[in-house]
Design a protein around this ligand. Structure first.
Ligand SMILES: [Mg+2]
Ligand SMILES: [Zn+2]
Length: 184
């Protein structure tokens, strides 16, 4: 299962550049542990345009992900990998200022992760709080689940007609339960 980071796995708090602002939802560790037990790879897929914008040091992204991994491990949970996009077309850091193929809603991070970890995208899910998460999942060929945490409740209200997510859940725990059901 592919999981968005901010607003899905941890609380949305703008450009995250300080560990003191990493706030776990109370259900996140257990949700990941349940997915582990169910045999799902859990892969974090996150846009970090703050790196291109010079707001978030790229080294901090690794620090934050190590912190998340340690918190998960302390609760018996495991994230298989973290993939992030540091780019943005309006970035201030020249090397990262570009239109890339990995910034959600484009599917580049998912397809790269699937190749690296040998995951079957058609049997995978992308879970996130924004339409761009679901669009990335759909473009990669996964099923999609919208969570109502982060921007999710507002996204649900704003949802225009057309193709919505396969499912909507209150939070990551609900999304994990739905995903685990599919593999009864
Ligand atoms: Mg998010
Ligand atoms: Zn990118």
């Amino acid at each position: 299962m592919f999981v968005d980071r901010d607003g899905t796995l941890i609380e949305e708090s703008g450009y995250l550049s300080d560990l003191s602002r990493v706030t776990f939802y109370p259900f996140s560790v257990d949700a990941v542990r349940q997915l582990n037990l169910g045999g799902f790879a859990v892969v974090v897929i996150t846009n970090q345009s703050g790196v291109a914008r010079g707001i978030v040091p790229e080294s901090f992204v690794a620090v934050a992900h190590r912190h998340i991994a340690e918190r998960m491990a302390a609760g018996g949970a495991h994230i298989d990998a973290f993939y992030y996009c540091p780019h943005h077309p309006d970035g201030t850091i020249a090397a990262l200022r570009k239109t890339c193929d990995c910034r959600k809603p484009l599917p580049g991070l998912l397809t790269r992760a699937a190749a690296d970890l040998e995951l079957d995208l058609s049997r995978s899910f992308m879970v996130g709080d924004r339409m761009q998460d679901l669009e990335a999942g759909r473009a990669a060929g996964t099923k999609t689940v919208l969570v109502r945490t982060g921007y999710g409740a507002a996204e649900e209200r704003a949802q225009r007609t057309g193709v919505g997510p396969e499912a909507t859940a209150d939070n990551l725990a609900g999304a994990a339960a739905r995903v685990l059901q599919t593999r009864g």
